[in-house]
Design a protein around this ligand. Structure first.
Ligand code: PRX
Length: 675
């Protein structure tokens, strides 16, 4: 493909802008704005060698349509799928039990995900296969086999028991991208404890909230780690968090940088001291398949993050199934999911699914552009990576650096690519396809959420692709687009819903069943509301446009508008704040805030910076507003609710629609002037 053709291909569809328009529209007016016509098909040879095609042949299924049809018999499908992927200690009596909105999968089975992730492999030829290839930001490399991992996990599991961690207890994990993070997660799972990992980029205060909410008894962290050539002192941050976390009795500290750290005798213990001399064997606790495996906090529309609960059995089946079919994972592959383990993508596709499948995966500690913008391409070349799974934000960042950085490296081992976290605009899709995949790798644009546990709407490697569409729900999974009345709509925007339970489905919100029901199950009866604006085209392909609710998606990470507002208002000089998202070329969405200061305070640039840093301290750098405007008022309803939709429309120069219901229509003009 010559450059000219590429330019024509990259017709300025301006998805980001269109999507922004869409977010401003009342739902009933959501219209078809994007009509992407190009279709990309995999080669016949490639198709014939895929895991999914082989499964179809074994089951006498001729084509994709037939596969989808057959998979509608969910009992049959999940029974067939699960038997290739997991080994139960005791078989289940029933595949699924659904009493909306509560679900149980593989009812009656005894299980532990660590059996499939580790125990079974050390009894097989995979014992000495490399599970993780780790590269630190300074360039240090470590390879851990399944047996190495098994021993480390067992030792830590025994150590946790010694600290009196029992089945059902919560362990807070605040760690960066080191192999010890999966080791810590697996050690908890092994003994039936519930891990709650908090992204290491989150602030001390964000960590504190989560640790307290899940009532963690033990915390696992490290002294520090490398980021962009500098050290991040995580132990300090952890200590700050734990100043007000009385439930935490022990802190296990892994030594990464070797720097001196503050120490609380009696509470803190070095990881290496703790595991020293611990037995190398530790039997995995035989749990109920529906016992919780982990909590992972995610943003919602209120200021308080939700502790999403996932359970052992269904999650194991759902994650392993999707990795095996969507990413066609085989024993020869070198898999690299370049997400952070602190988010669901890393939980599912760095830790659990690849280990269940006995894969070899890459873990990289540092920044993608350190010390140069070709760090990732150097890693792919060095480790012969065959499959890369990343986010549109990263792709757009690399687009900005230009192709020269890619051309320095041999990426010919790549055979399949993936995207997740936000809508991928066709221009980025084509760039990814052309420059990273060398026009021979299909791109799996996978839609899913913390709540779904695994990919739901996604191509299979045999699916013809339309750039920008996550295609269709995977076999055995079901989604639709409903209008406000709960009627399915096609070729028009609406609410993305999931119409049947799925194996990796969340089991609730920790300590908050009411919020679980209200958030996901109250708008449409017995139907899961995903919270995304979506269109389904005439071929049944889904085009996910972005969040329908007040949740921002910054670089593929969910941040609640109201969380940022609360962080701003917690500053002593701020009276009120309204936060909206604006389309951003690289990050997808940027954070803009309108701040009302307390009566006697004068606005200044210093204060603006201070507020940015304040939000960073409260929540983590990722949530720092890109823009802060000082205003005297923000548009509100008569009941006092901030009208973010109106603010967003005005800030983007769009029609704000009817403002007659506002208590203070004049505030809209002020937003318009804040530019
Ligand atoms: O808005 C959708 C977007 O990310 C949200 C879920 O965020 P989180 O729970 O943090 O999980 C992200 C990683 C799975 C969704 O509600 N999203 C995720 N994947 C896509 C997407 N939007 C469009 N296309 C995708 N492929």
């Amino acid at each position: 493909m010559g450059n000219n053709t590429f330019n024509i291909w990259a017709i300025k569809l301006e998805t980001v802008k269109l999507w922004a328009d869409l977010k401003n529209m009342p739902d009933e007016n959501i219209s078809v704005l994007l009509d992407e016509k190009r279709v990309f098909k995999p080669s016949e040879k490639f198709v014939n060698e895929t895991n999914v095609k082989q499964w179809m042949d074994e089951h006498n299924i001729k084509n994709l349509e037939e596969l989808h049809k057959k998979a509608e018999d969910r009992e049959w499908f999940w029974k067939e799928i699960s038997k290739d992927l997991v080994e139960w200690y005791k078989p289940y009596d029933k595949v699924v039990e659904w009493e909306a909105p509560w679900v149980k999968w593989f009812v009656g089975a005894k299980y532990n995900i660590v059996h499939d992730a580790l125990d079974k492999h050390v009894k097989s030829w995979r014992k000495n296969k490399v599970a993780f290839i780790f590269e630190g930001e300074p360039g240090d490399v470590q390879k851990l086999t399944y047996n190495d991992l098994y021993i480390e996990v067992n030792k830590l599991a025994n150590a946790l028991k010694k600290l009196d961690v029992k089945k059902g207890d919560r362990v807070g994990i605040y760690m960066p991208m080191l192999p010890e993070l999966p080791i810590a997660m697996l050690a908890c799972a092994k003994i039936g404890a519930i891990h709650s990992v908090v992204f290491s980029g989150f602030s001390a205060l964000a960590f504190r909230d989560r640790v307290n909410d899940c009532e963690a008894k033990v915390v696992i962290t490290c002294d520090g780690f490398w980021r962009r050539g500098r050290k991040v002192y995580l132990k300090q941050q952890s200590d700050e968090a734990l100043e007000k976390a009385p439930g935490v009795k022990h802190v296990i500290v892994f030594k990464r940088t070797g720097d001196a750290v503050p120490w609380t005798p009696g509470r803190d213990v070095w990881w290496h001291d703790l595991v020293y001399g611990m037995p190398k064997e530790c039997e995995s606790e035989k749990l109920d398949a529906n016992d919780p495996l982990f909590f992972l906090y995610t943003s919602g529309t209120t200021g308080k993050p939700k502790g999403i609960i996932h359970a052992h059995g269904g999650y194991a089946v759902g994650t392993a199934y999707t990795l095996k079919w969507v990413f066609d994972l085989k024993d020869e592959d070198i898999w690299w999911c370049a997400a952070d383990i602190g988010w669901i993508t890393g939980h599912s596709y760095i830790v659990y699914a690849p280990l269940i499948l006995g894969a070899t995966s890459v873990i990289y500690e540092g920044a993608p552009n350190y010390p140069q913008p070709d760090r990732w391409w150097a890693l792919i070349e060095k480790f012969n990576v065959t499959t890369l799974y990343t986010s549109p934000t990263s792709i757009r960042l690399f687009m900005k650096y230009g192709e020269e950085w890619i051309k320095k490296h041999d990426l010919s081992t790549l055979r399949l690519l993936g995207s997740v976290g936000e809508p991928i605009n066709p221009e980025a899709w084509i760039w990814y396809y052309k420059y990273i995949g060398n026009e021979k790798c299909q791109i799996m644009d996978t839609w899913w959420q913390t709540e779904t546990g695994h990919c739901v709407i996604s191509p299979l490697p045999i699916t013809p692709l339309k750039p920008g569409s996550a295609t269709r729900p995977l076999p055995g999974l079901s989604a639709d687009v409903y209008n406000e009345e709960g009627k399915p709509v096609q070729n028009a925007g609406g609410n993305l819903v999931l119409t049947h339970p799925w194996p990796g489905m969340l089991r609730g919100i920790y300590k908050n069943p009411e919020r679980y029901k209200e958030t996901y199950w109250s708008k449409f009866k017995d139907t899961y509301l995903a919270g995304d604006v979506t269109r389904k085209d005439s071929d049944g392909f889904f085009w996910i446009q972005g969040r329908a609710d007040d949740v921002l998606n910054v670089s593929g990470h969910r941040i609640g508008n109201s969380e940022v507002e609360s962080a701003l208002v917690s500053h002593p000089m701020v009276a009120e704040a309204a936060v909206i998202g604006k389309p951003h070329e690289i990050k997808g969405e940027s954070i803009t805030s309108y701040v009302i200061l307390k009566g006697h305070i004068t606005p200044s640039d210093e204060l603006r910076n201070e507020l940015r840093e304040h939000v960073g301290k409260e929540m983590g750098k990722i949530a720092r507003p890109d823009e802060i405007w000082f205003v005297s008022d923000v548009p509100k309803t008569r009941s006092g609710k901030i009208m973010r939709r109106v603010i967003r429309a005005k800030a983007l120069g769009k029609d704000v629609g009817d403002t007659s219901t506002l208590a203070n229509p004049e505030a809209v003009d002020e937003i318009g002037k804040a530019k």
